[in-house]
Design a protein around this ligand. Structure first.
Ligand code: UGA
Length: 342
């Protein structure tokens, strides 16, 4: 299919991996770099990668939205290394795989410093591609469903080119990720880099920043604090929420598989924001009020992944339903907010 650029003609063979890989005398582990590894999805990915004793994991993070707390169980582990580093600067490390996640992902954070957000997407991705080229590593970019903008096609397949405002307040993120995808495919075609591109749809789970402004974290924190659930108008806008363990499973399958992507990774269960608020109210705090508040510009009106490609090429589909995932996140938020269950 057209969206799987690995079949393109004219692609150069990939740069050779380190000679140590073929050494008869030295059996080294697989070295994996995770940028943004102290963040929400990144830290869950690190947990999964560390479970495999053949992996050494290097995390780089600038801690803008990530936190060392998310990785505390690995600090000091002989197969783990944590580096404070901003991906807009070059990085020289010897690795076999790069999971490139670094970028603020919550709208309030990425809009806080839009110039830095687009620099992270453009220069950060260029730097990681430069590294992949130098050391012959395979690189996976976590792109986003935001590349579809306010989609006119529903659900969104990878072949849809999107409906994005290039000069809006979300563009630093949406267009930033679109350029990052372009860079990935240009490096693949021009330099033979082994690439993987995932388009992540809204993801939730334990370790999300409590006050990061995203809808699931907002509603759960509000329900636990006995504050009204703030549904941004009109409330009929939809999203599809993927539990973080499913997301990590999809990312690893993509990295280990044979397809460049882009591939949508998300849960096709679609909910309006009003439905989500009602579900959180029912599951967590039936006494809480639901109120309507003003929305922000360019908010996509509907979003749902078409995951046919992920099912066919990766044998992947999400397992955790929203009603199963919300209580797991509630448990984590209760611990962090100090609100015990009655
Ligand atoms: O996962 C994705 O695909 C992308 O979605 C997010 O963007 P968005 O879907 O707008 O995420 P939220 O800020 O959680 O908003 C979702 C919906 O909930 C609504 N919302 C948000 C917060 C709130 O308190 N109440 C509320 O009704 C928003 O208006 C929006 O319609 C972020 O841009 C990225 O994390 C990510 O790449």
């Amino acid at each position: 299919m057209a969206s799987n650029g690995d079949k393109q003609s004219g692609t150069k063979p990939p740069p050779p991996p380190s000679p140590l890989r073929n050494s008869k005398f030295f059996q080294s582990n697989m070295r994996i770099l995770v940028t943004g590894g102290a963040g929400f999805i990144g830290s869950h990915l690190v947990d999964r990668l560390m479970e495999n004793e053949k992996n050494e994991v290097i995390v780089v993070d600038n801690y803008f939205t990530g936190s060392k707390d998310n990785l505390k169980k690995w600090i000091g582990h002989p197969r783990f290394e944590l580096i404070r580093h901003d991906v807009t600067e070059t990085l020289l490390v010897e690795v076999d795989q790069i999971y490139h996640l670094a970028c603020p992902a919550s709208p309030i954070f990425y809009k806080h410093n839009p110039v830095k957000t687009i620099k992270t997407n453009v220069m950060g991705t260029l730097n990681m591609l430069g590294l992949a080229k130098r050391v012959g590593a395979r690189i996976l970019l976590t792109s986003t469903s935001e590349v579809y903008g306010d989609p006119l096609v529903h659900p969104q397949p990878e072949t849809y080119w999107g409906n994005v405002n290039p000069i809006g307040v979300r563009s630093c993120y949406d267009e930033g990720k679109r350029v990052a995808e372009t860079l990935m495919f240009d490096y693949h075609r021009q330099h033979g880099i082994e690439i993987r591109v995932a388009r992540i749809f809204n993801t939730y789970g334990p370790r999300m920043n409590i006050d990061d402004g995203r809808v699931v974290s907002n509603f759960i924190a509000q329900a636990l604090r006995d504050e009204p659930l703030t549904v941004q108008a009109p409330g009929t806008q939809t999203r599809s929420f993927c539990f973080v363990s499913d997301m990590v499973d999809g990312l690893i399958r993509l990295m280990e598989g044979e397809h460049t992507g882009p591939i949508n990774i998300g849960n096709p269960g679609e909910f309006t924001m009003l439905e989500l608020a009602e579900t959180v109210k029912e599951l967590i705090n039936p006494k809480v009020k639901i109120i309507s508040v003003e929305n922000t510009p360019d908010d996509p009106r509907q979003r749902k992944p078409d995951i046919t490609t992920a099912m066919e090429l990766l044998g992947w589909e999400p397992k955790v339903k929203l009603r199963e995932g919300l209580p797991l996140m509630e448990e984590d938020f209760r611990l962090r907010l100090g609100v015990p269950k009655n």
